[in-house]
Design a protein around this ligand. Sequence first.
Ligand code: KG4
Length: 335
Amino acid sequence: MKDTLILGIESSCDETAAAVVKNGREILSDVIASQADFHEQFGGVVPELASRMHVDAVYPTISKALSDAGCTLDDIDAVAVTYGPGLVGALLVGLSAAKGLCEVKGLPLVGVHHLKGHIAANYLCFPELEPPFLCLCVSGGNTMIVRVDSYTEMEILGRTRDDAAGEAIDKIARVIGLGYPGGPKMDKAGQGGDTSGYKFSRTHMTDTLDFSFSGIKTSALNLINGIRQKGEEPDIKDFTASYQQNIAEILLDNTLKAAEQTGLDRICLAGGVSANSFLRKAFDGAAEENGLKLYYPNLRLCTDNGAMIASAGYFEYISGTRHGLDLNASPSLKL
Ligand code: KG4
């Protein structure tokens, strides 16, 4: 059977990314132009500047993805592109570039939901992985437990009612002076720290797989303020280790509940926060204890990239999904 090559394009936040993936599983190229260093001076992503930087980077990134894969647009079967959720101006840049290529080369356009891309990162790392399975999607803007029924169909079993786990981490990282991007910096800061050195109160919700992170975030802020009022500073190593451990436990508790309720014994992690070492360790231990099979993407594929969009796009493409050139960016696109 002929191989299917998908060009994937991602520009939903501060990474301009493009990749070529073969048959949904094999990465032929994976190019990422990150703006993270630039946005660091502002303490977060500035949407208007992000859009402009995507404009500069989008075609060079796509060209490099094609040349690294040793192919041209004539070898590509379809263009997959993130059309939501994300920053509207940022999404429009990748989407417009994809549409331009499709119009000129007569290629099919496949719009991809960003989170479906994060889930598909697991298909790239584990060739044997097939649905159904549970996926904990944890990124800067989303936290949800998804039952993945097939490559294209999935249902949300639980979601955050307030902050995403990534937001709760990024906010506290900023307050304690670690800067942006908070997630990786807090992960590093907490290495070797005492995970029970500081106590936080958490929101307890029964009879639901939903999450809440505003309680623990407020508890951390109050703790920091209380310490600072005494003219002291929290011990960064222990504080960040304890905070991340607590967040990991909140995520783990509901995921284990979901596994029990659905009877699914395979669990994937996806999204930027799935790179977190405290989270991975907590899930590793629980998976072994409960006889569950755990999957998480390698670090490069946890955060935004084009390969995951190409993989998710491949499965949409072979199931018949096609979008018209009137496809618009959808900043709050539902799964
Ligand atoms: O999935 P992603 O790249 O972008 C979104 O779609 O949101 O996730 C970004 C989030 C940010 O909140 C970032 O701080 C977090 O992922 N992140 C981490 C780590 N690496 C990235 N959070 C905790 N520990 C990490 N090692």
